[in-house]
Structures are given as structure tokens and as C-alpha cells.
Design a protein around this ligand. Structure first.
Ligand code: BGC
Length: 348
């Protein structure tokens, strides 16, 4: 009996010591599990925070803003000392973020800017405008637009209007391509070039697919060839690809389609010749940068910063990671040799 009591006591002691030495509790709010990248972001954040000695409260909100608000409230009630938030609607969280501010809990916006609020301390992301520039530049080089006399047809598909990133991705790509549109080398046959018109609420593949169906039947049914589909990310690229394939395009003549995230299905499409490229934002890098930021904040140091983003109320001190592109020529080095995916994951 004495032995059991002694064991129990030492267990309690170990537990007490572990929590005394735990570096702190971090709440990680993610938007949805329906898109591959956020699952990877969540898993990487949890693993890296735990490896650094933190306790982690990781929650996914199923793209439901009200659910995300209550998850963040619960993180605060549960004693989170720092919040890391990848928002669904970046402009919808001011009230709950004010609770964090009142509780003295620093807030890091993760990948997506928190807008319309003074209650955000830092932002870690990839250079979002730069993502669009990479997509635009890929097209410029692929079609040698600077030197060609040919004319190519292009259609645009952008992301969700409630996501601050979506406008930046589109602006980066459009600004890069605009000189060639102005020169008549690129023609948008549908005439749909405004962000508000080409946007895809909630980044849904089905919505992007339905819009492309309409464009194809409305403007390309007479056999006009579509050469380029500028899609801001992989979920929209997937919808656009489905639409093009249903319309009769094959790997031999499908337009050059851009994307972002290197989601498994899109990399498979790349290998099958159905998608030309995808911007690669290594979620391990973003997680590592964010974990470092959490550590610096909790140790009272100023985190490493290299950018600011205006969120409509304040300029948020930020860190931009650098995106690169993946295509058929480099995906093995970038995605397989780096250990991001296994060959099995990309096998059809
Ligand atoms: C992210 C993209 C992602 C998109 C849809 C954006 O905020 O930066 O990587 O494709 O959301 O989830």
C-alpha cells in the first residue's frame, strides 16, 4: 500500500513538474479541414510547438465563422498564453480578439491577415502579392510574351473575397500580366477581369467549376481556343480543370493552368499534364517561423520581422516567407526529396 501511495505521489510530482516546466499553452485556430493545406498547417504547428515544449489547443472551424469565434473564446478560457489564428473571414473576429487583448494574450495572424482590428500583434505569412507575381511570371515566360507576336486567350479565377490574401494574389498576377493585356498579346475573351467578378467565395472548387462551365459555353463553344487559366490556388484550379476536361480538353491541348499550395490532387494533375504549375508554400517553413515568433514573444523578445501589412486599422508587423513555384521539371526535388510528400502519396 505504502508503495502504491509513493508511486502515486511521485506521479503527481512529475505531472506538477512537467506543467511547471511547460513553456506555456498556445491556442491554434485553423479555418477548415476540407482543404489539404490547413491539415498540414495544423499538424506542423502542433508538432513543432510540442517539440518546443508548449501545450497546444488546436481547433478547426469547418469554415464556420461563429464556430471559430467560440473556439477562440474557449482557448482564452482554457488559459492560452498566445493565440495563432488562421481566420475564415479575416474581418469578423474583432470582438473576440478584443477579449484576448483584455486578457493580455498576444495574437499572431497565421497566413491570413486579421483585418479591421487593432487587436492583432503580429502576422506570419508568405509574400502574398509575390505568389501572384510568380504565377503571372510563369505565364510570361511559358509563352515568351515579351518577344512573341502571337495572341493568347486567358481567363482568370481568383479566391474568396473575405480572405485578404485573395486580392493580393490576384493583384500580383494581374499587375504582372497587364502590360501584355494592354499590348493585345493576352485577350480575356469573357471580358471578366475584375477581382469582384472572378472571385470564388470560400475558395470552393465547385463554384470555380460552375463559373468556368458558363464561360466555356458562353464564349468558347464556337471552337475558340482557351490558352491560359490563371487560377489563384489549387482548389480553384481543380474546379477549372474539371470544367475544361468535361468540355473536351485533354492533357494534349488543355490550357496552361496555374495554382498554389501543391495539394496532392493538383500535383497528380501536374504529373498527368493537366495543370502546369502550383506555387509551393512549404507549411513546415511557415510553422517554424510562427513557433519561433511564439517563443520570442513569450520570452519577451521582439520577433524577427521583414514586412508590414496594413489591415485597415493598424500596420501589422509581419514576417513574409518566400514562395517558389513547382512544375513537372522540379517537383521531385521540391516535394519528394525534401520529404514533403512520399512517392506513394503522389502515385495514381
Ligand atoms: C491561402 C492559400 C489557400 C487559400 C484557400 C489562402 O488564404 O494563403 O494557400 O489556397 O487560402 O484555403
Amino acid at each position: 500500500m505504502k508503495k502504491i501511495v509513493a508511486i502515486l505521489l511521485s506521479l503527481v510530482l512529475v505531472m506538477a513538474m512537467t506543467s511547471a516546466f511547460a513553456a506555456g499553452k498556445v491556442g491554434v485556430a485553423m479555418p477548415t479541414q476540407s482543404l489539404q493545406r490547413w491539415n498540414q498547417d495544423g499538424a506542423n504547428m502542433k508538432a513543432q510547438l510540442e517539440a518546443a515544449g508548449y501545450e497546444v489547443d488546436l481547433q478547426y472551424a469547418n469554415n464556420d465563422v461563429a464556430a471559430q469565434v467560440s473556439q477562440i473564446e474557449n482557448m482564452l478560457l482554457g488559459g492560452a498564453e498566445v493565440l495563432v489564428v488562421a481566420s475564415i473571414d479575416g474581418g469578423a473576429l474583432d470582438t473576440v480578439l478584443a477579449m484576448a487583448k483584455d486578457a493580455g494574450v498576444p495574437v499572431i495572424a497565421y497566413d491570413r491577415l486579421l483585418t479591421g482590428t487593432a487587436n492583432v500583434d503580429y502576422y506570419t505569412t508568405f509574400d502574398n502579392y509575390g505568389v501572384g507575381v510568380i504565377q503571372g511570371q510563369y505565364i510570361v515566360e511559358k509563352f515568351d510574351l515579351a518577344n512573341t507576336d502571337k495572341v493568347y486567350n486567358i481567363e482568370f479565377t481568383a479566391g474568396s473575397p473575405d480572405d485578404n490574401n485573395a486580392g493580393l494574389f490576384f493583384a500580383g498576377a494581374f499587375d504582372t500580366l497587364k502590360p501584355y493585356i494592354d499590348a493585345g498579346k493576352l485577350v480575356c475573351v469573357s471580358g471578366q477581369t475584375e477581382f469582384e467578378v472572378v472571385a470564388t467565395p470560400a475558395w470552393k472548387s465547385e463554384t470555380a467549376q460552375a463559373r468556368m462551365d458558363n464561360i466555356l459555353t458562353g464564349f468558347y463553344a464556337d471552337g475558340t481556343k482557351l490558352d491560359i487559366c490563371l487560377c489563384s490556388n489549387d482548389s480553384t484550379a481543380l474546379g477549372v480543370t474539371n470544367s475544361l476536361v468535361n468540355f473536351g480538353y485533354t492533357a494534349e491541348d488543355i490550357p496552361v493552368i496555374t495554382g498554389q499550395d501543391c495539394d496532392v490532387n493538383n500535383v497528380k494533375n501536374m504529373i498527368a499534364g493537366l495543370q502546369a504549375m502550383s506555387v509551393f508554400k512549404d507549411t513546415r517553413t511557415l510553422a517554424a517561423q510562427t513557433v519561433q515568433m511564439v517563443t520570442d514573444i513569450l520570452e519577451g523578445k521582439t520577433p524577427e520581422l521583414n514586412a508590414t501589412y496594413a489591415n485597415g486599422v493598424i500596420d501589422v508587423p509581419s514576417f513574409n516567407c518566400t514562395p517558389v513555384f513547382a512544375d513537372l521539371a522540379n517537383y521531385e526535388a521540391l516535394l519528394l526529396e525534401s520529404g514533403y510528400y512520399t512517392a506513394d502519396q503522389l502515385a495514381n
